[in-house]
Design a protein. Structure first.
Length: 144
């Protein structure tokens, strides 16, 4: 249980930093989670549609539209037409939002990377396996 409690403590701290970032930048905490989802989709080369965003955040279509509208109004995302299917709208995180995020979260990320520097490649792989399995165990809970 010690590992579960530590993982929860790390999650709480990340959540507090997200809330702080949101407050500093006139955003709702859900907006920050939405940006993270969109950045993760881009990194995974997944089409970032409003439907994907709503599913990942557990929002209905009205809630998803509200988040997308807020982020677009703030200049953090843009709606763009899919080049392969012009009927489909994709969501793109704008460079200024990425820059804003790095200014705030960069030192936090660098701190975590610094911690990982003290681990051997085998230990890092063990951490990766644990976090991947923990994520898999927790993620289906959102579906219930």
């Amino acid at each position: 249980m010690d590992l579960v409690h530590l993982l929860r403590a790390v999650s709480v701290e990340f959540g507090l930093r997200q809330t702080e970032f949101a407050a500093r930048n006139g955003m709702h905490p859900t907006d920050v989670r939405a940006l993270i989802c969109l950045l993760d989709a881009a990194r995974a080369d997944e089409p970032a549609t409003p439907g994907l965003l709503g599913t990942r955040l557990g929002l209905n279509s009205a809630g998803t539209t509200a988040v997308v509208d807020r982020l677009e109004r703030l200049g953090h995302i843009a709606r763009v037409r899919d080049e392969e299917d012009r009927r489909r709208v994709l969501l793109r995180v704008e460079p200024q939002a990425v820059r804003l995020g790095w200014e705030f979260f960069g030192p936090l990320i660098e701190g975590v990377l610094g911690v990982l520097d003290g681990f051997t490649p085998t230990e890092r792989e063990t951490v990766r396996r644990f976090l991947t399995a923990a994520h898999t165990a927790v993620a289906p809970q959102r579906q219930r």
